[in-house]
Design a protein around this ligand. Structure first.
Ligand SMILES: [Zn+2]
Length: 501
């Protein structure tokens, strides 16, 4: 029996080329992944959960294959206006005004809520989680560079990207397939901003109105950066240009990612990304999620069951599994019954894991066709994972294996129908596939990881208080003892970050 599994080369659907391509990193074994993170002005919802889980599994899978992944996902804490085309109020500032808080208070609060929700979903924290507000000098530099190269213009203290000029030298719409002429007939009213020379132009820097709170000095005005700028600056800074994979939801293809490409090409004459990967959107009970339809569900509401559309609280792992049971490029529908089904499925998968760990495979009376089936389901798991991350079909293979495990456990602790070799292979791959690659962990481990996160936050804030009152002895003791446990604390201007060694 051949028990060595050959894992096929990974293929990914590249939005840029509109086809599935073999994944070949620019500098193997290193892989750079950048995923647009949340704009932190409200509680994260199921759409955030989807993007985070999809790219977490991609990262885990590449790590499993031996790549060394640097995963960067940003926090947008300035510059994202209500209208994506440079009009309306800054989302965070608006929230701050409504709640009478500092904008940074809003950003800090919702960053914490977001990270906590991600921890519950067992999403590995990014290696770097840069904040837009911490990269204002770099953003100003990039605007200067684009101006220098002649692809931007200044009007009344604001700077706009000159799209028609860009389109004369380079191709416009490479990612979204949009044509510049389509935008030409948009009426003045719909264009939103009078200062723009062309409706497709977009803001690189906006002069701040006097009431605006979040603003910085620049050569053009006291103002704030355009939304698209931060991602170009932060992915260039932490991953270099070009880098391997840029991810995000399909709704970001235009204008956000299209603008990222134009900024990078205008500044450095280089497209920023080799593979653009986009996950599809979500619906709730078959409808688009929106506040006006009353079907806007936050991640925390699913975990607590506190929404009219939900009959109960759902386990975070049920949410994670439901997401993975649909291919990332298909629309996913969240419903109460879908979540209930995913929760039952979750229990089935982890119960099989527990049973499997208690079995001992001794062989002696081998069922060769069952052995062949086991090897085949494992092989297919990797085949589907490598085929554009088809987690839906990969998970289906684990259900087949769970069925076999249930049957085998009927034999008692010592299983004779499976040889030791095949049995050990089953143990090894089933647990790796489920917990390491798909990130679906049993209840005990899950509670441990979210509790660990909570306890760490408490220790970090005690240490911050100690530092503030200059009790460095206590602060250092907390840091050193955590280090002995393999938890590394790092103090940065944004606060204390941690990493598990
Ligand atoms: Zn972005």
């Amino acid at each position: 029996m051949k028990t060595k599994i050959e894992i096929p080369a990974v293929k990914l659907y590249n939005t840029r080329t509109r086809k599935k391509e073999e994944f070949i990193p620019i500098n193997p074994p290193y892989v750079g992944i950048y995923v647009c993170g949340p704009t932190v002005y409200s509680d994260p919802h199921l759409g955030h959960a989807r993007a985070a889980v999809v790219f977490d599994v991609l990262r885990r899978y590449l790590n499993h294959l031996g790549y060394k992944v640097r995963f960067v996902s940003n926090i947008t804490d300035v510059g994202h206006l209500e209208g994506d085309s440079d009009e309306g109020e800054d989302k965070i500032q608006k929230r701050a005004r409504l709640e009478q808080l500092e904008p940074m208070e809003i950003a800090q609060h919702y960053t914490r809520v977001y990270n906590m929700s991600m921890a519950k979903l067992n999403v590995i924290p990014p290696n770097i989680q840069p904040h837009a507000t911490c990269h204002i000098p770099e953003q100003i530099e990039l605007v200067e560079k684009i101006l220098e190269r002649g692809f931007a213009y200044v009007v009344n203290g604001s700077v706009y990207f000159d799209v028609p000029k860009y389109a004369k030298k380079y191709q416009y719409g490479v990612l979204s397939g949009r044509r510049l002429e389509e935008l030409e007939n948009v009426s003045r009213e719909l264009r939103g901003v009078e200062e723009k020379r062309h409706p497709a132009d977009f803001a690189l820097w906006k002069k701040a109105p006097p009431t605006h709170i979040m603003k910085w000095k620049s050569p053009w005005s006291v103002g704030f950066p355009g939304w698209h700028l931060e991602c170009t600056v932060m992915n260039a800074k932490y991953l270099g240009i070009p880098f391997d994979i840029h991810g995000g939801g399909m709704d970001l293809i235009f204008p956000h990612h299209e603008c990222e490409i134009m900024q990078s090409v205008a500044a450095w004459d280089t497209e920023p990304v080799k593979y653009w990967v986009h996950n599809n959107l979500i619906t709730i009970d078959g409808q688009k999620m929106s506040k006006s339809l009353g079907n806007f569900i936050t991640i925390e509401q699913v975990f607590t069951g506190s929404h009219d559309r939900l009959s109960k609280a759902y386990h975070p792992m049920a949410v994670r599994l439901l997401i993975l049971q649909t291919h990332y490029r298909s629309v996913i529908d969240f419903s109460d019954s879908g979540l209930a089904g995913a929760e039952r499925a979750y229990k089935r998968l982890v119960q099989a894991l527990k049973k499997l760990n208690n079995l001992e495979f001794v062989g002696g009376n081998e069922d060769t066709s069952m052995q062949a089936q086991i090897v085949e389901y494992i092989r297919k798991f990797y085949e589907f994972m490598s085929d554009d991350l088809n987690t839906a079909r990969a998970v289906a293979q684990l259900f087949e294996l769970a069925g076999i495990i249930n049957k085998l456990s009927g034999e008692g602790k010592f299983v004779k129908t499976i040889s030791k070799e095949v049995g050990d292979m089953l143990k090894n791959h089933y647990s790796k596939a489920l917990t390491d690659i798909l990130g679906i962990v049993p209840e005990e481990e899950h509670v441990d990881s979210t509790r660990l996160y909570g306890v760490l936050q408490i220790l970090i804030s005690i240490r911050q208080e100690a530092r503030a009152r200059k009790d460095f002895e206590l602060a250092d003791r907390i840091r050193d003892q955590l280090k002995e446990l393999g938890i590394i604390l790092r103090d940065t201007p944004q606060g204390t970050e941690w990493e598990i060694e």
